[in-house]
Design a protein around this ligand. Sequence first.
Ligand SMILES: NC(=O)c1ccc[n+]([C@@H]2O[C@H](COP(=O)([O-])OP(=O)(O)OC[C@H]3O[C@@H](n4cnc5c(N)ncnc54)[C@H](OP(=O)(O)O)[C@@H]3O)[C@@H](O)[C@H]2O)c1
Length: 280
Amino acid sequence: MRALLIAPEGMLGRAWKALLEERGLAHDVTGLPAFDLLDDASVAAGVRAEHDVVINCAAWTDVDGAEEHEAKATAVNGEAVGRLARRCLEVGATLVHYGTDYVFSGDAEAPYPVDAPIDPVNAYGRSKAAGERALEEVGAPYLHLRTSWLYAPWGKNFVLTMARLGQERDRLQVVNDQRGRPTSCRHLAATTLALLEKEARGTFHVTDGGECTWFDLAAHVVGRVAPGTEVAPCTSDAFPRPAKRPAYSVLDLSATEALVGPMGAWEAHVDAALEAAGLI
Ligand SMILES: NC(=O)c1ccc[n+]([C@@H]2O[C@H](COP(=O)([O-])OP(=O)(O)OC[C@H]3O[C@@H](n4cnc5c(N)ncnc54)[C@H](OP(=O)(O)O)[C@@H]3O)[C@@H](O)[C@H]2O)c1
């Protein structure tokens, strides 16, 4: 297998790059500015016949910014996915692509199975839903992983932000009315590779095991990094943001776990990321 990794400098891209290197898997990496998903010629030149698998870690990930710039978000998260899938079809490559829990409305009371109807409540969710449709329409072989609440020992993410704020402040307030599943980028990349090795195709959900609110996640992180800091729960009204968030976006993992085993508790994955970041 020879892989092409797109966006190796992004949060998930960095985890993928490390994994490909650790496992000694043949691969090329590409990203902005040389490789722009919005440009036909760039995609045609970057994705070549020797690539068996194309791992797309590129996306528009600014959830609030997408409200004001929905067309731009959709160009990257929707139209460009179709462009990439068409090129994969031409060269006979399998496209690995990442989706989001935010394609679901968030009014469920039990985890969303892979085939639950999608009904996004914000522009980012709609842009990622356009990507899902593009994958289905083009017909190239694909492995599409919906995931949620990504964090890593690097990059800009909630876990590192809470660790920093916990060290800087005596008290934090964190929303306790959104429930989901955090996801370690390292675990996500490794689980994706395990699914690829099982020749899984289509849509799967990959997150850490267990579920929590943002408050629960923050309390765990601060408890590890700065146990003297108080973490208090609040409602989303305390932090108004441009994009509405789904209240409940727990992804059902049963199809994934049946193929590659249990996902592992989020607390253990978070601790591993904090340790790798040198914070505990
Ligand atoms: N972060 C989350 O909590 C979360 C939750 C659910 C799903 N996901 C999905 O998981 C995947 C990885 O997310 P992430 O958090 O790792 O993203 P990220 O850190 O924001 O990285 C995205 C990368 O895409 C690149 N990119 C943007 N536009 C591009 C273009 N036109 N051509 C080529 N590259 C482009 C960016 O480059 P620049 O930095 O140079 O712009 C950046 O390196 C995405 O599909 C995302 O939608 C993320």
